[in-house]
Design a protein around this ligand. Structure first.
Ligand code: NAP
Length: 507
């Protein structure tokens, strides 16, 4: 049952007077629940509780933390249809997607539970002493990983479950031993509160300290800003726009004690299609990419926003095919009117740039909050000279760049901002000529997909979901998969410690 209140540790609380509602984009009406924004006092209470909880939680054995994470997964499943219905009403996304995302969220929690059940994830190392060494004796040194402290998590609008309240950031931070305070996303506050109730229940059932988790409502940026500035907060996880992520990075850097912000942000995910691939299977590529551009109304951080081709005999036919197949897909609902108005505004801005030609535009009238897809084309020269065309237009929007040769293609890749993914569509006869493209792309992205689509991020140990700035704030880490736990820990060394005082895993 959604109450509209904040969770300050295990207690519901609504001391404030600022209220807001979420919105059903399909029905174009407000949802019934009224949410009360957290006050400054409640924010401070949540952080102080987390600070106290950290003293105990950091030493909770891995096995018990695993129990907690598994219990969260169970409590999420126990929310059953209520969760699915609130999710759908707040996002306009269909039931299949809601259930799929719930499955992914539960799987992530269970994966971290399996990881921290024993202490192997801490990458412990031991250097034995040599006290007889001359002239300086060698000490006994033992290194492990320890949690950073209270962590604030901001989720994105486009993943109300998997990248939000109990999403990858929260699951990995709790697994590491860091209490979490979630700044709830205003567009899916009801989904967020239900998930928060599951986390609180799991914390109580498994005996976790009060304050290990809080969920704060907010309808603007102030709650998030106060959290990032709070001296007892030691790390931030963010998934969202480049503008939002950068604002939080700057805020964290200006603190008297700067803290890390692990921000996963926007991306246009370049796709390189060789002339041979177009000649051999252009129609099938056009079909696959029309679907990928439109998947989830284009509201994925891995949406293919940029297709790079080298002009060849079949390029025109391929572009016409792509235009026709994209227009054949009916527009779908966007998550929220704000996202739709940003899509329209940024799409028009990019479309009005010199040299850009819109080749597929859905002309029929579309329902309110629904987004018509758009594919445009531009020469490599015009694209290179105009960075406005390089920005993310969040939605079913893609630009096909026609390069005159490989040198121009490489120049474009080298000039792109950091990206989450890059994709290469190529034939066997291209393999001997791909090394320059792969090298350039590797320098700009976190993951290269070969003969596939960038949409779809597998949750597993070998996944890298991140990339050079601004795809993420720190390209050394992944936000997806069990490796993402490394964001919330720091290395720590014990020197010449008596065995009895060492953690068991280092004895
Ligand atoms: P968003 O507008 O940046 O919002 C994300 C969260 O950050 C919201 O809670 C928002 O609060 C808060 N926020 C934004 N600017 C802030 C500021 N200056 N100070 C404090 N808080 C701030 O992003 P979104 O529209 O929800 O999500 C879509 C974006 O996320 C797209 O760009 C997409 O590519 C990206 N994304 C990236 C990944 C990834 O893994 N890299 C995954 C999914 C989505 P308010 O709403 O209250 O302002």
């Amino acid at each position: 049952m959604v109450s509209g209140k904040n969770y300050i540790g295990n207690q519901l609380s609504a001391k404030g007077t600022t209220t807001y509602q979420t919105f059903n984009p399909k029905l174009n009406i407000n949802n019934q629940y009224v949410f009360t924004e957290a006050t400054s006092e409640e924010i401070d209470e949540a952080v102080q509780l987390a600070h106290q909880a950290f003293k105990e939680f950091r030493n909770v054995p891995g096995e018990k933390r695993a129990e907690f994470l598994n219990a969260i997964a169970d409590e999420i499943m126990a929310l059953d249809n209520e969760l699915i219905e609130v999710y759908m009403s707040e996002s306009g996304l269909p039931e299949g997607r809601a259930k799929g995302e719930r499955g992914r969220t539960v799987f992530q929690l269970q994966s971290f539970a399996a990881l921290v059940k024993d202490e192997n994830w801490r990458e412990n190392t031991i250097d034995l002493p040599n006290y007889e060494r001359a002239p300086i004796p060698k000490p006994d040194l033992r290194k492990t990983l320890i949690p950073l402290g209270s962590t604030v998590v901001f989720g994105a609008s486009n993943f109300p479950l998997a990248y939000s309240t109990a999403g990858g950031d929260t699951a990995s931070a709790l697994a590491a031993g860091c209490p979490v305070i979630v700044k709830s996303h205003p567009m899916h506050a009801g989904t967020g509160e239900l998930i928060a109730s599951a986390i609180v229940k799991a914390a109580e059932k498994t005996g976790m300290p009060n304050g290990v988790f809080s969920n704060l409502n907010s309808s603007g940026i102030e709650v998030g800003e106060q959290l990032v500035k709070h001296p007892q907060v030691k790390a931030v996880g963010f998934t969202g726009s480049i503008r939002g992520g950068r604002a939080l990075m700057d805020l964290a850097a200006k603190r008297s004690e700067p803290i890390p912000v692990f921000a996963e942000m926007g991306s246009i995910n370049p796709v390189i299609i060789t002339s041979n691939a177009i000649a051999n299977r252009g129609e099938s590529i056009a079909d696959t990419y029309a679907k990928s551009i439109n998947l989830g109304t284009g509201q994925f951080c891995t949406n293919p926003g940029l297709l790079l081709t080298i002009d060849g005999a079949e390029t025109n036919t391929f572009i016409q095919d792509l235009a026709q197949k994209t227009t054949a897909i009916d527009p779908q609902c966007m998550l929220h009117p704000n996202i739709k108005s940003n899509y329209t505004r940024l799409g028009s801005e990019v479309s009005s740039q010199n040299g850009l030609e819109v080749i597929s535009k859905y002309e029929a009238a579309v329902e309110e909050n629904f987004a018509p897809s758009q594919v445009s084309t531009v020469s490599g020269k015009d694209f290179l000279s105009n960075p406005k065309m390089h920005q993310e237009v969040f939605g079913p929007f893609s630009v096909v760049v026609r390069c005159k040769d490989e040198a121009e293609l490489i120049e474009i890749i080298d000039g792109l901002e950091g990206q989450l993914t890059g994709t290469i569509l190529a034939e066997k006869e291209d393999y001997n000529n791909l090394s320059n493209i792969i090298d350039s792309l590797q320098n700009r992205v976190g993951r290269i997909i070969f003969n596939g689509v960038p949409t779809g991020v597998e949750v597993c140990e070998s996944m890298t979901h991140g990339g050079p700035y601004p795809a993420s704030s720190d390209s050394r880490f992944t936000a997806v998969g069990i490796g993402s736990i490394r964001r919330w820990v720091r290395p720590f060394s014990y020197q010449d410690f008596p065995k009895e005082l060492l953690p068991q895993s280092l004895q």
